[in-house]
Design a protein around this ligand. Sequence first.
Ligand code: NAD
Length: 291
Amino acid sequence: MARIAFIGLGTMGRPMAQVLRDAGHDVTGMDISPEMREAFVGAIAPSSDTIAAAEVIITMLPEADHVARVHETLIRAAAKPGALVIDCSTIDVNTAHALALEAMSHGLAMLDAPVSGGPAGAEAGTLSFMVGGDAANVERAQPILLAMGSKITHFGGPGTGQAAKASHNMICGITAMAVMEGFALADALDLDLDKFYALCAGAAAQSWTLENRCPIPGVVPDAPSSNNFDPGFAVRLMAKDLQLAQAAAKSSGQPTPFGAEAAKAFTKFAETRGDRDFSAFYTTLRALPEH
Ligand code: NAD
């Protein structure tokens, strides 16, 4: 069992750290927020001594700047040579690549390993990991990742985990827009939306988004739309992921016009309704009262 320093005990990090502990690992949780520390037994403020003692260091932080700062001020300065550093945050491809090279030049083994599956997947230990880094390090990380997740896909060298995450989430964002527009049109044409949902679910319009984020209250009882648009997956996170996909599209030179539209629409919506589930965007399409 490994001695693990886990940095970032938020919505995702706390349950991930907990399943690692439940699997028998020696986990010390760290967070800058006293409130977050309270929710994880034995958690402390970020500490060089704990980093220095760890065989594995995991970060689950909001954005690239946070990850870069923790690498600069804590990990590169204190981690012992050969320590395995796994960043599970969703950040941009270029930063992930640069951080991995820098970590390797300091004698550390680094993986980018963003996740899909949300808080429910984190609690259940069923996350899906998209991993970039050396194959030998991925093999070394297997027991750790498999404690938190049920699927690991190794895409290639440093940054490729984030590349997969950005591309995957862009598909989700565009699909979300397609599902919401389809229902808006069906509603405007006075269709029975229960029947329309059943048709789509059994036909070519079927998707994860349709089945889990149908935007019409009451059609899918467990969907956020049936629960006041409580997340689910918050609009601000969708906007962030689509912006990361746009950054990747720009630096690779690949046009992604639908991804760009989805990024623009969710980013604007996030200015006022960032904490709602992304399917709440439907209310603006149909000019419905706000929830
Ligand atoms: P969160 O904001 O709930 O948690 C982040 C935690 O990091 C907070 O507790 C914060 O206090 C802590 N933190 C910030 N700076 C720190 C520092 N310098 N040192 C120590 N702790 C610090 O975020 P989250 O929802 O858990 O998401 C984490 C990452 O996972 C993000 O990159 C997000 O995009 C990604 N993600 C989130 C979801 C989701 O559904 N929430 C799903 C998949 C991926």
